[in-house]
Design a binder for this molecule. Structure first.
Ligand SMILES: Cc1cc2nc3c(=O)[nH]c(=O)nc-3n(C[C@H](O)[C@H](O)[C@H](O)COP(=O)(O)OP(=O)(O)OC[C@H]3O[C@@H](n4cnc5c(N)ncnc54)[C@H](O)[C@@H]3O)c2cc1C
Length: 452
């Protein structure tokens, strides 16, 4: 998830969030007599599952969290094998004002650094530094078009179809390709599948953007303290035919009064969990209709830095969605000469079939075009493969052709007051974000509390 759409949306939607009140309500440490001896199984120890589990345990429920992986956090996942935090999933808190993640980050000891769009250099093919006035004018025009293009959108047509019809020249221009890729595809999904009506949906918090500098996993690790989290427990079946819900996992079967399913949309689409009886039709339709995108991240380390002393270096290749911007890690971790770059949508999936040396060669083609043939290869690279990750099958949800906003509510709907659903893909206003995941967990905890 990058910073660009955040600015685009802020310019268009003015940051309206009020949902942090949910945070205050549900997470108060208040014991509820009716919760005593009631059991809840939470499936998934990502931020949504952990937030719900903590709230429920604080109110007196007996809570067990079943997690398929060997650690908590899900898509808040940090790799420190190079001696510096590389966040494989979320990196940014998007808008710190009234964002529940802001306080959570402070409590959890997650350090942050303010990122600024202005601290950027944009390079054309051939390594030519782009004229900043031309860049700014094009960016302004891009915002104007994005703000209005949905008026020409059609329910059965993709963003790509409508944009190409309206702006055939722009669709071939590499700066436009870059702006659409980095400002839109990154935060949503493949343009040929993205809704031409709903591509801009989602609300935003105000305030600055900050990036985690010592690992986003501080938050799930903090939330998990004191919880009964059972790792390496993949859930394969949930039977909610009788009053007690039975959850089959790697080590056996648990039974509970309430079950909260927080697995990613990609996992629901892949039908990893067999629901008995089958989920209602409206939910199955929503699982099918909401899109699941792919973004991959690449972290590269050198002995010495050869790049500009700015926060972002952007490049505009012919092939969109391919290593087109670089975050200068050195700006907030000065002892590490590292850059982080990205691939999105189809190209992101393609990278998962490429070897490390192929990936490095492609990234270095872009950097050498900017900084010259003699710059060295990185000494180390870390990378993600979110599409083939069997506990996610993608990066985050987006509004695909055929998605309706009601589908997000359908994904959030409980079934028989026993089976509940949370996760970023269930938050109509804040889907695809860490705060969306968090708010969805708190929301479902409140629903369960209200039943006892
Ligand atoms: C590359 C990338 C970049 C991102 N950038 C940002 C960003 O900068 N800012 C931002 O706000 N958001 C960002 N996001 C989105 C954010 O990370 C997610 O929205 C959020 O972490 C999702 O939380 P969740 O609890 O819904 O799901 P998850 O974190 O995926 O948690 C679900 C859990 O369920 C587990 N699970 C799956 N299957 C099973 C099973 N069968 N049995 C038991 N457990 C199972 C998984 O292992 C996982 O731990 C990014 C995501 C990605 C992938």
């Amino acid at each position: 998830m990058n910073i660009y759409r955040r600015n685009f949306l802020k310019k268009t939607l003015h940051g309206l969030a009020t949902s942090s009140s949910l945070f205050a309500l549900a997470c108060q440490d208040k014991r509820i007599p009716g919760a005593l001896h009631k059991t809840v199984v939470v499936v998934g120890a990502g931020i949504s599952g952990l937030a719900a589990a903590k709230c429920l345990q604080d109110t007196g429920f007996e809570v067990i969290v079943l997690e398929a992986q060997d650690k908590v956090g899900g898509r808040l996942r940090t790799n420190r094998s190079l001696g510096v935090a590389f966040d494989e999933g979320a990196s940014w808190i998007h808008g710190i004002r009234r964002n529940p993640i802001t306080d959570l980050a402070k409590d959890a000891g997650m350090a942050t650094f303010e990122t600024l769009d202005e601290s950027q250099k944009s390079f054309d093919i051939g390594g030519v530094l782009r004229n900043s006035e031309l860049y700014q004018n094009t960016e302004d025009e891009f915002y104007r078009i994005m703000k209005n293009m949905m008026k020409n959108g059609k329910a059965n047509e993709s963003f790509e179809t409508v944009f190409n019809q309206l702006y055939p020249e722009k669709s071939k221009d590499i700066l436009w390709k870059f702006l659409i890729s980095a400002f839109l595809t990154f935060d949503t999904g493949d343009l040929d599948k993205l809704s031409s009506l709903l591509y801009y949906e989602g609300e935003e918090y105000g305030g600055v953007e900050v990036i985690a500098t010592n690992g986003y996993d501080n938050i799930p690790n903090y939330l998990a303290k004191g919880l009964d989290v059972r790792l390496n427990q993949k859930v394969s079946k949930i039977d909610y035919t009788s009053e007690k819900v039975k959850v089959q996992h790697s080590n056996g079967v648990l039974s509970a009064d309430f079950v909260l399913v927080t697995v990613p949309l990609g996992v629901l689409k892949a039908q990893v969990i067999n629901f008995e009886p089958a989920l209602p039709n409206f939910k199955q339709t929503a699982i099918q209709k909401v899109g699941m995108s792919c973004v991959n991240k690449f972290f590269l380390l050198w002995e010495t830095a050869f790049w500009d002393d700015v926060q972002y270096i952007t490049y505009t290749p012919e092939i969109p969605d391919k290593f087109n911007y670089f975050v200068n890690i050195k700006k907030f971790n000065p002892n590490h000469n590292a850059l982080m770059t990205f691939a999105y949508a189809d190209y992101a999936r393609q990278t998962e079939t490429m070897s490390d040396s192929q990936v490095i060669a492609e990234i270095m083609n872009h950097l050498r075009d900017i900084y010259g043939k003699n710059i060295p290869n990185p000494i180390k690279m870390l990378r993600t493969k979110w599409q083939s990750n069997e506990n996610a099958f993608g990066a985050y949800s987006y509004t695909a052709v055929g998605t309706e906003m009601q589908h997000f509510e359908d994904l959030a709907a409980e079934v028989n007051n026993r089976l509940f659903f949370a996760g970023e893909h269930t938050e109509k206003d804040y889907f695809s974000t860490a705060h969306g995941g968090y708010l969805s967990g708190v929301r479902e905890a409140e629903k369960i509390v209200a039943l006892v």
